[in-house]
Design a protein around this ligand. Structure first.
Ligand code: SOE
Length: 391
């Protein structure tokens, strides 16, 4: 009989829901060495935590994460709380001998991320593992792109072009949520979605971002104070006072990568009409790939070895059983959705832990992303750029 792997989920909003779904689903579709059991849901508000636990099918709820971490019957602590709680909870959970899955970005600052990575390193000796939830790595089309890079189909990589475009803050009336508060989130579009692009680019190319030059901006500096969080946004009361937005709304930066490639990155929540366009294009000297999450079951691939009269990008439908993760789902041509990457994340995490391997992205990988985030912020603040002069 498969033994169970008992999960404490901390946070039950958008990300908590995505994770809860994954914990409940993974073993029903994939053969797992341990069977996840969502035991307890933790939240700050008693009624909402109770309702979330009932909704997710967890037996218990709590408002006290410290008490939950102290329990003997919890194997993993899954942190889906806002960023200001990541470091404290993760470090305490690792010290208590629990495995940890922590949402991205790992922390608010490099200092916090370093402390978390140190704690994860220290816990390794007792077989305790930590992983950061850069879930898009587990989108089948991106996992296929990684396979192509590893197989050398792209050859030597020259360019990375990554954009993460959303529009949920386009209206100045969208209320102030925790994602707009530097104290809670660390940064804005940069850390929330730009971090995904940074992780994806580094993971796909096997190169680290070693140099950046950036501009950051905040288009709407004050917003109505939030009355009720709903999904990513929420509702403000009629005539609510406005409070300050303390993070960036949009960022653009260029980058130099360790293997000689150059990169162009953009992240914004003001790209009206682009709802979740997490895009990346990579050009090598043998081939190219292009991906857009708004068409997440497709990967564009250009093969430079094709005969001249047949050259062009082909659109691969990533729904074949030969594609990563796909064989456990639906017949060819029947696609997957946003939630599946989280399910695959649980599959990979639980399998690695059961086999005594380090699941990736590790806290050390996520610390590297955090260093890039900080470098981007410093570069933007630095203002060491030239203003075009008239001839
Ligand atoms: C909000 O921009 C957000 O929910 C991110 O926080 C997630 O990481 C991303 O998957 C979708 O957008």
């Amino acid at each position: 009989m498969t033994s169970s792997f008992r999960v404490a989920l901390i946070g039950h909003a958008f990300m908590g829901r995505a994770h809860a779904h994954a914990w409940r689903t993974a073993h029903r579709f994939f053969p797992l060495p341990l069977e996840p059991e969502l035991v307890v849901v933790v939240g700050r508000d008693e009624d909402r935590a109770r309702a979330a636990a009932a909704n997710f099918g967890a037996a218990e709820w709590s408002t006290d994460w410290r008490a939950v971490i102290a329990r003997d019957d919890i194997d993993i602590v899954d942190i889906c709380a806002p960023g200001d709680q990541h470091a404290e909870i993760a470090i305490a959970a690792l010290a208590a001998g629990k495995h940890v899955l922590c949402e991205k970005p790992l922390a608010r600052t490099v200092t916090e991320a370093q402390e978390m990575a140190d704690a994860a390193q220290g816990a390794l000796a007792s077989g305790v593992r930590a992983m950061c939830g850069f879930s898009y790595r587990r989108t089948p089309a991106l996992a296929l792109a990684r396979r192509f890079v590893d197989d050398g189909r792209l050859g030597r990589i020259r360019h990375v072009r990554a954009q993460y475009l959303q529009d949920w803050l386009s209206s100045p009336e969208a209320p102030l949520t925790w994602r707009l508060d530097k104290e809670k989130a660390g940064s804005g579009a940069l850390g929330d979605i730009g971090a995904h692009s940074i992780d994806t680019a580094q993971w796909l190319t096997g190169q680290t971002i070693d140099e950046v030059s950036a501009v950051l901006t905040t288009f709407v500096t004050e917003r109505p104070v939030l009355a009720q969080q709903e999904g990513l946004g929420g509702r403000a009361a009629e005539g609510a006072p406005r409070g300050p937005v303390t993070v960036d709304d949009a960022v653009a930066f260029t980058a130099r990568l360790s293997g000689g490639a150059i990169g162009v990155f953009e992240a914004t929540r003001f790209a009206l009409g682009r709802r979740n366009a997490n895009r990346i294009e990579i050009n090598g000297d043998r081939g190219s790939i292009a991906f857009d999450f708004e068409r997440m079951n497709e990967l564009e691939y250009f093969d430079g070895d094709d005969p001249d009269d047949a050259q062009g990008f082909r659109r691969i439908q990533v729904t074949d059983p030969s594609h990563p993760y796909v064989d456990r789902w639906w017949p060819t041509g029947h696609g997957l959705g946003y939630e599946h990457a989280f399910t695959h994340q649980v599959v990979d995490l639980v399998t690695a832990i059961a086999e005594g391997r380090q699941p990736e992205p590790s806290f050390a990988n996520a610390l590297q992303v955090q260093r890039v985030l900080e470098a981007v912020e410093r570069s933007a603040a630095d203002r060491s750029r030239l203003t075009p002069t008239s001839a």
